[in-house]
Design a protein around this ligand. Sequence first.
Ligand code: FES
Length: 109
Amino acid sequence: MMNTWVCVGSVDDIPRGEGRKVALGDLVVAVFHLDDGRFLAVDHHCPHRRGPLADGLLCGKTVVCPLHGWKVDLDSGNVHGEGAALRTFPAEVREGRIYLSTREVLLTR
Ligand code: FES
């Protein structure tokens, strides 16, 4: 079976409470390091007007879009109160490095 995980950097690259934009080919993902230590990943572009979610304010497991304030739940990808949703991508940490599942990336294109 083909390798479905891709390394997107070191745990140390993303301080707790922050996000980073990661490009996987033409797919752009926002990876967040939550205060509880988890890493969660969703599409980088906000479904409203493509705001850069990796630059948004992180509150628990919710990111607030920096452009107009839509709030995205990072576990589900759902946008609070807007009926929109983003794709989520499984993330794992192995030996201090962050991996995203490329299988999910490929299946959701
Ligand atoms: S672009 Fe994200 S809320 Fe408008």
